[in-house]
Structure formats: C-alpha cells, structure tokens
Design a protein around this ligand. Structure first.
Ligand code: ZN
Length: 316
C-alpha cells in the first residue's frame, strides 16, 4: 500500500503543516502579497486557529503585508483554485496526491469516502485540481527529428442527441496529439469534420515534425505541411508500416487505452460540459509520467504549482 504510506506525511494531516508545505511550493522566494504583489515583506500572524482567553485567533496560514500602503491580510490560497473551497487544506493536498498517482484517475466517490468529505465537495474539489493540471500556456509540439502522432476517438454522448445508426455521430469527438518520448495534448471538438481537426494539428505541431496518423482523410491535406507524414492503414490490419518501423500511431493508441479505461471504469458519468477537464487530467498524468523521470511526489508538486492564476467560473 505505497499510496497509504505516502499519505502519512504530516502535510496530509496537520493543517499548519499543509499551509507550510503549500507556502514552500508557491512562494520559494518568500510570501507574495496578492493585493500589492510585494514579495517577501509580510509577517505571519501567530495564532492557534481557535479561541484563547475568549478572543478569537486568526486563521492558520494568515499573513499580513508590511507595505505601508497595503497592510492587508492574506493566505497562500488567495487567487488560487483552492481559494473558495471550504475543505481543510490538508485534505485538499491528499486529493491532489490521489488524483496525481492513480493512473486511471480517482472518482469523486472515492475521494468522498477516503477523505471523509461530502460527495458534492469531492466533486468540486476534483474539478479544481483538474483546472490546476491544465497547462497555463502551450507552445507547439515536436520539432526537427521529433515525431508527433495524431488520432481521434469518440466518447460519451452529446446532450440532446439520440442514438443514430452510425453509432458515433452523436458522440463527443476527442483529438489527441502525442509527442513520442514527450507530452500529450487532447481537445474536445465542437463537431466531427475536417474543419474541427485541421486547425488543431496546424496550431499545435511544428512544421519540422514527422507527423504520424492513420489513413483517415482528414489528415491527408494538412499532413503535406509537415516534414513528413507517415500513415498506417488500420482498416487493413496494418499497425506499423512494413517499410519503416518508425511509422505507426501506437503511442497515441496507448494513450487512448488508458484514457478509455479511466473514463469507463472510474468516471462513468462525465457530461460533455466537463469533458475538457478530464482530458486535462489524463494529459497531465501522461505528460508527467515516471518514464520521463517524474515520480508521484514530483507530479503532485507540479499540480500544486498549477493552482495559481486560475479560477473556476462556477461556485461550489
Ligand atoms: Zn501588500
């Protein structure tokens, strides 16, 4: 039970240790005042978090800015996706760890049971963490000598559409780009046409890249814009090109196999509206995997670094 033994860390159980841990992660150069932006000029308010001699004590993790014009109070949670959550921070840190180290994800039900919080709170917390996992900026993938595989898959059912005979026109299309030996990037598209796929390929992959896809029509024209376009005929049972063994799309197929097992086994009820957040979660774990030298703890730290500067648009 490696996960449970890791969860004995003090920051997963003590609120003061949890704040200290998050402060060390987000403020390597000292406390940053979110009101005036001053770094390293704030005083920690020494408190117990309860009442002493009938006087209410300040909250754990509370700081006061020393700038003359500011003097405002803040905690490390201000301005992050954790700001308005009412769950104790040490439980939030446990949830980050669980979501980061479970290959197929961790359902709101699991979080609800393991952390002893309500299902609703667990659901919102998981979405906050997915938001933290979303990359803040995305530069194009690939480059000279690099290989990027592109593919698409269909998942769930679009709201308001019944079952049709073709079986996939009513489903949500996901386009995924995977750089061999690197990261993954997935997109939930509005429609199922070439016009939905081509801009994604064009905007996210450098032209010097070797592009690998199946023989689907939608990659044919845009493929000419790249250094090379390798295509395999899945319909004919070809998974690796006979002429050149580096021509295949097995990497993106592997990505989809983890993604689909997670979506079927862990997240059975994912609405179209939130699909992009689940994709961010699977992309994040894939892009920060052990093979790339990133262990569970480093992955959780990276997710925590992503909680700043992002806020969810809905309230819990
Ligand atoms: Zn300030």
């Amino acid at each position: 039970m490696a996960i449970l033994s890791k969860l004995t860390k003090e920051s997963f159980h003590s609120e003061a240790a949890a704040f200290a841990y998050l402060e060390a992660t987000l403020w390597p150069d000292g406390p940053i005042c979110p009101h005036c932006g001053t770094i390293g000029r704030a005083t920690k308010l020494q408190t117990s978090g309860g009442k002493i001699d009938g006087k209410r004590q300040a909250r754990i993790g509370l700081w006061k800015c020393n700038e003359k014009e500011c003097r405002k109070q803040f905690t490390v949670k201000v301005g992050t996706v954790f700001e308005h959550g009412r769950i104790p921070l040490h439980k939030m840190l446990q949830a980050v760890y669980l979501l980061c180290c479970s290959k197929k994800g961790c359902s709101a039900h699991q979080l609800h049971r393991v952390l002893g919080i309500t299902y609703k709170a667990a659901w919102f917390l998981a979405h906050r963490i997915r938001e933290a996992m979303r990359p803040a900026s995305m530069s194009p993938m690939g480059g000279a000598g690099q290989v990027v595989e592109a593919d698409e898959t269909y998942i769930g059912r679009q709201q308001g559409l019944g079952v049709d005979k073709t079986g996939y026109h009513n489903k949500n299309m996901v386009v995924t780009l995977v750089e061999r030996g690197g990261s993954a990037r997935s997109f939930h598209t509005d429609g199922h046409s070439i016009a939905d796929i081509v801009p994604i390929v064009r905007e996210n992959i450098r032209r010097e890249t070797r592009l690998m896809t199946d023989r689907a029509m939608h990659y044919k024209a845009v493929g000419r814009e790249f250094a090379e376009h390798g295509r395999v005929e899945h319909e004919k049972g070809e998974y690796v090109s006979m002429d050149d063994p580096t021509i295949h799309s097995n990497t993106v197929e592997n990505y989809y196999s983890i993604f689909k097992r997670g979506m079927k086994g862990v997240y059975q009820h994912c609405s179209e509206k939130h699909l992009h957040r689940y994709l961010a979660e699977f992309d994040f774990r894939y892009s920060n995997r052990v093979r790339l030298g990133i262990d569970d703890t480093a992955r959780a730290t990276k997710a925590l670094q992503g909680i700043s500067g992002k806020r969810l648009t809905y309230r819990a």
